[in-house]
Design a protein. Structure first.
Length: 359
């Protein structure tokens, strides 16, 4: 009896009174089990599991039927170690609440799937160096071939962040200098187009509803806004700052509505522009007759704002695609691009902008 119990435990756990092993504790079916049931060699099962050629269709279907009957699942981790690749891309991401990040992540997942790669998401709850360092440390435990980073680049400190060996990196929407390949929207170009549009309509200056101070995108948009006004010889108003949310745009909008000389506002994103529109409406400042408003992002709902929002269109899908293309080039040993690749923007003109009163 002791020998029977020991054999049963070796198969997955203590035996039941009748000497059988509970189903939930039985070991999974092996490649040898599939080979026996299908009447083929283990090598043939391996070739079918890995999708290799050289197996007739009849034999392949026979092996697949045996796999289904036994509930056999190929060991992807073992195959990955044998090939030297995991066909998985890690994405380290701070802030899943912003439209841009979500749409970029969707494009990364879709593009990776088309190339036969899975995506593992490592969200960073709080943007601190410890959290970012922890996310990179977890990469070594998760078997990934590459990582795409979507967050503030000042947290990518070479002194505190350690990458697992042979993991390739592309950074999205940040400024990593020459350390990493970077894919970014043309923040400055989009901002210049927005501000020039308002100046060309006849506005004497353009006020700015800026994003959070720590955001590189917000910094670049604010810098381009200021530079465009200075180049045109216009007064540069003190910017009003929000946190990307519609609620912060509403609070800032109440302050801007109280400025009698404010006839045009460039909001750093569409969500804040939405809050701004509400504030202007509630305070009796009509858009665009008294105040013109431009946003940035061109979210799907922008055309349904009241009035439909003029905004800078970002191609988030293209950013995601280029990120995946960048890490795949590195994985394949092709020349890695250093510096920044800019994805063009375009101005989507709708009905929230018009000449100032009296023009």
């Amino acid at each position: 009896m002791d020998g029977i119990a020991q054999t049963a435990r070796g198969d997955g756990g203590p035996a039941a009174p009748d000497g059988t092993v509970p189903a939930r504790r039985r070991r999974g079916a092996s490649m040898a089990d599939v080979a026996r049931l299908a009447g083929v060699s283990a090598q043939t099962v391996s070739r079918v599991s890995n999708g290799y050629p050289g197996v007739t269709e009849g034999t392949r279907q026979q092996v697949l039927a045996a796999m289904r009957k036994l509930g056999y699942r190929p060991n992807s981790a073992a195959r990955a170690l044998k090939r030297g690749e995991f066909r998985t891309i890690g994405v380290i991401l701070f802030n899943l609440s912003t439209t841009g990040n979500v749409r970029t992540l969707e494009a990364i997942a879709s593009s990776a799937a088309q190339e036969g790669y899975a995506v593992t998401l490592l969200p960073v709850a709080v943007p601190t160096r410890d959290e970012v360092r922890g996310a990179f440390t977890r990469l070594g435990e998760l078997a990934v071939d590459a990582v795409i980073v979507i967050m503030e680049v000042h947290l990518l400190d070479a002194a505190t962040v350690s990458l697992p060996p042979n993991v390739q990196v592309v950074v999205a929407d940040s400024d990593a200098g020459d350390r990493y390949s970077v894919v970014d929207t043309d923040q400055a170009g989009g901002t210049r187009a927005a501000v020039r549009h308002l100046l060309d309509l006849g506005h004497r200056t353009v006020w700015h509803l800026a994003g959070p101070q720590e955001s590189f995108a917000a910094q670049r948009r604010a810098a381009a806004w200021r530079a465009t006004l200075e180049e045109a010889g216009c007064e540069v108003p003190v910017p009003v700052r929000g946190d990307w949310s519609a609620e912060s745009g509403y609070r800032a909008g109440l302050r801007l509505a109280a400025e009698p000389g404010c006839t045009a506002v460039f909001a750093a994103n569409d969500q804040m522009a939405l809050g701004l529109l509400r504030a202007l409406h509630e305070t009796g400042r009509s858009v665009p007759e008294q105040v013109s408003v431009i946003g940035f992002d061109d979210i799907p709902e922008a055309g349904s704002f009241v009035p439909p929002l003029t905004t800078v269109h970002q191609d988030f899908a293209e950013v995601g695609r280029r990120c995946v293309q960048g890490v795949l080039r590195q994985i394949r040993g092709e020349a890695a691009e250093r510096g920044t690749t800019l994805v063009p923007t375009r101005l989507a003109v709708r009905r929230s902008t018009a000449p100032p009163p009296g023009r």
